[in-house]
Design a protein around this ligand. Structure first.
Ligand code: NAP
Length: 288
């Protein structure tokens, strides 16, 4: 019988997850599995999602704007999903119950570990990671943004042992609320830190006025970018984002959004298939 997977979002037309997951399923020889888009408006999210199990779905990713609603309807949310307040991975069990996981947070740390750590994350990454090897441990971090992805990033950085996590947002009130909820520090202007993580959507649209304008929207100047040693941008675009372009020119270590997309997708796939995800296959499919 066909095992169906999908991504629930609204809109979801531009999601790269179907291409990424179908390439991975093919590489794993899982011929009976298929991953599709599931465009569902907010008012229909709960009833549609509850019916997916009986419609032949084994699991689903969840993206904007449904991550909080996904946590709310789950019968068995993981501790991580509960702590973050959002779920991006649902599994529909044969007894009709729904379990929920958040792979955005461990995906960010897994991608950082792979890029800047001492190699692959040891053990089964879906069961929690050996954060002793994480380059996040003992380093300070600044998160830009206070939306859903910033929330997961702040939680992940604190959980991975960052020495201090600060949050800056265009709307300061939201940074203050996020920081209070998760035990981070809200700042009025971006301050220097070891690791900078952009969790805003700045850089998604090519700015007509260019790189400087994008940096300004993030409260940064060109010179300030050089005050970080590692820069992560969650925004995924085919060309480097303005922030990553500036960081590379300053000789900093950078990590692009596509690698974080692949890392969270890989963890979701491992939850469903219990097989190690083919990371490079997924990366190539996500970039295409
Ligand atoms: P969200 O909940 O809608 O939050 C958007 C954030 O961006 C808010 O903090 C918002 O600030 C800020 N922002 C938007 N426009 C801005 C501007 N012109 N200047 C300054 N700040 C601005 O979105 P999200 O889910 O956190 O996602 C944020 C980005 O990360 C998106 O581009 C998304 O595609 C990407 N993302 C990537 C991955 C991945 O796997 N690579 C995963 C999740 C998200 P205000 O509060 O002031 O409005």
């Amino acid at each position: 019988m066909m095992k169906r997977l999908g991504v629930l979002g609204w809109p979801v037309a531009h999601s790269r997850s179907p291409a990424m997951h179908n390439a991975a399923l093919a590489a794993l020889g899982l011929d009976g599995w298929h991953y599709q888009r599931l465009p569902v408006p907010p008012e229909l999210f709960a009833e549609t999602t509850r019916a997916l199990g009986t419609a032949g779905f084994f699991g689903a990713n969840v993206t904007i704007p449904h991550k909080e609603a996904a946590l709310a309807l789950a019968d068995e949310p993981s501790d991580t999903a509960r702590a973050i307040g959002a779920a991006n991975t649902l599994t529909f069990r044969p007894d009709g119950t729904i379990s929920a996981e958040n792979t955005d947070a461990p995906g960010l740390i897994a991608a950082i570990n792979r890029a800047w750590g001492k190699g692959e994350v040891p053990g089964d990454a879906t069961q929690g990671m050996d954060i002793a090897v994480s380059p996040v441990r003992g380093r300070s971090a600044l998160v830009l943004g206070a939306g859903g992805s910033a929330r997961a990033a702040v939680w992940a950085l604190i959980d991975a042992g960052a020495s201090e996590v600060s949050v800056w947002n265009r709307t300061p009130q939201r940074a203050a609320e996020l920081a209070r909820a998760l035990g981070a520090r809200a700042v009025d202007t971006p301050r220097s830190a070891d690791i900078l993580v952009n969790c805003t959507s700045v850089g998604l649209q090519r700015s007509a006025t260019g790189e400087q304008d994008s940096l300004q929207q993030l409260g940064l100047s060109h010179d300030q970018v050089g005050e970080y040693s590692h820069v992560v941008d969650l925004v995924y675009t085919d060309a480097p984002t303005p922030l990553l372009a500036a960081a590379r020119r300053a000789g900093l270590s950078t990590l692009a959004g596509v690698d974080i997309l692949v890392a969270q997708g890989a963890l979701s796939l491992e939850v469903w298939t219990l097989r190690p995800a083919p990371l490079e296959v997924m990366r190539q499919a996500a970039l295409r």
